[in-house]
Design a binder for this molecule. Structure first.
Ligand code: ZN
Length: 463
């Protein structure tokens, strides 16, 4: 509020020449609490005027954007941003450090085993009692039965056979008065269909499972807590070439239908070498939308708009290459992550690409944060990511931050080959100016489309 009054006053009195008014997009308000030894300012100013923060000159990019890191002392920090006669005053409070009152976070073992049932679909089974990072073993469905021997940090420790354990958020488990530890396994069937190879493991109850991509084109399937198996684990090492003909995996997933676990492995697409993307179903996801702006660029531009622009450009290029494009959104609207995943899975898309612009945390450094990155979660999507990254590196005037494994909801829960692309840092003035450049946007779309095309050309199905 203060800021707009100041700007109004400025516009009223400085009527001689049209000016690019000083505007700050971060911090969002002029009085703010930030619990960090450093933070930053980002915004826009007239490039012809000298911009200072507490007297120190700040370079303004020719696009008008600026960004500068600042140190914070404990207590109140006052910052004065001056662009000639325009002045904006910020009061940033860094709370005083207090002695940590955190309860000691140790494992508490139960006197007796407890039995429980997963209460919601998509509940992560984790390898460590931490909510975050790449520690997911699998996602468990409602009704999956568990045995737990203790708790830590809000997680139950779950018994997985005789020699391993996993962790499940206590809020996702309903403890039952009694239960049994082991399931019966009655063998498996498979269906060798046109598009999918499906295993059906017959059980008498839903138990925790794990599927990993093994070293030499295999899928390691483990069913935990099965009676009569060594260490109570049923292990099946499936050579994926039976389903893929030796090509890369292009998607797999598992779900219970009743008490049977269905493991579906997608078969590689039949590729036309002259038009490798012909009829390939690709979901393009423009990140954020509606009330969720995403990152805000130095010039006040919003990530949700940039993502949509880039998504539409990519849609056009992919259409011209014969792909069947599905958009999670084609206009500015609110959309949950679950809805985006549903669009990709319902359309049985072979590829899911989520487009974003990067943001940084309160204590990030906008001057040093620059460049694009491609993110995958499942190893099967890594080769596709490499093709796209290689194209981005050769076509885009931005730094390359590489191919990175990370746990994004939309990438993790889609059954397609899934990637998330961060095109650049919107809070970095130079990156942001490039991201707004139509030529760069066109090159981004072309990079992704060419990468997809090269990947599928390399994956022609030979049977
Ligand atoms: Zn984003």
């Amino acid at each position: 509020m203060k800021k707009s009054l100041a700007m109004l006053a400025f516009l009223t009195f400085a009527s001689v020449a049209p000016c690019f008014a000083l505007d700050v997009v971060y911090p969002k308000t002029q009085t703010v609490t930030i619990n960090s030894p450093k933070t930053f300012f980002a915004g826009s100013a007239d490039v012809k005027k000298t911009l200072t923060i507490n007297g120190a000159e700040v370079q303004v990019d020719k696009s008008g954007g600026f960004a500068r890191s600042v140190k914070l002392d404990e207590g109140e920090n006052i910052f004065e941003l001056k662009s000639d006669d325009e002045v904006l005053r910020y009061v940033i409070t860094r709370p005083k450090a207090t002695a940590s009152s955190a309860v000691e976070n140790r494992f508490v073992e139960f006197d007796n085993l407890k039995y429980g049932k997963i209460s919601a679909d998509n509940t992560p089974l984790r390898s460590t009692p931490i909510d975050g990072g790449i520690n997911r073993v699998s996602h468990l469905q409602a009704g999956t039965l568990l045995v737990t021997d203790g708790e830590q940090n809000g997680f139950y420790r779950v018994i997985l056979g005789e020699n391993s354990v996993g962790w499940v958020d206590k809020n996702s488990v309903e403890i039952t008065p009694n239960g049994t530890s082991l399931a019966d396994f009655y063998g498996y069937d498979y269906i060798d269909g046109d598009d999918y190879f499906t295993f059906i493991f017959h059980l008498n109850r839903r138990i925790p499972w794990e599927i990993r991509e093994g070293e030499n084109q295999s899928l390691e399937i483990k069913l935990y807590n099965v009676s009569g198996e060594a260490e109570n684990v049923y292990f099946y090492d499936f050579p994926t070439k039976l389903a893929t003909g030796g090509r890369n995996l292009v998607g797999y997933g598992a779900e219970y239908v009743g008490e049977d676990l269905h493991v579906k492995i997608r078969k590689p697409l039949k590729i036309n070498p002259k038009k490798p993307l012909k009829n390939v179903v690709v979901t393009i996801d423009a990140g954020h939308g509606g009330s969720e702006l995403g990152a805000v660029g130095c010039l006040g531009n919003k990530e949700k708009d940039l993502n949509l622009t880039n998504a539409k450009k990519l849609e056009r290029v992919l259409n011209s290459k014969g792909a069947k494009v599905v958009m999670t959104r084609s206009d500015d609207r609110d959309m949950s992550l679950a809805e985006r995943v549903k669009v990709a899975n319902d359309s049985e898309s072979a590829v899911f690409i989520s487009l974003h612009g990067n943001s940084i945390p309160d204590n990030g450094d906008p001057e040093k944060s620059r460049g694009f990155g491609v993110y995958y979660y499942y190893p099967e999507a890594k080769p596709l990511g490499e093709y796209i990254l290689h194209n981005m590196q050769s076509k885009l005037p931005l730094e390359n931050n590489g191919l990175i494994q990370a746990s994004f909801y939309v990438v993790r829960n889609t059954q397609a080959l899934s990637l998330l692309i961060e095109a650049g840092y919107m809070v970095n003035p130079e990156d942001n100016a490039k991201l707004l450049n139509k030529k760069v946007q066109k090159q981004l779309a072309k990079s992704v489309a060419d990468g997809l095309e090269e990947y599928f050309r390399s994956q022609q199905r030979s049977f």
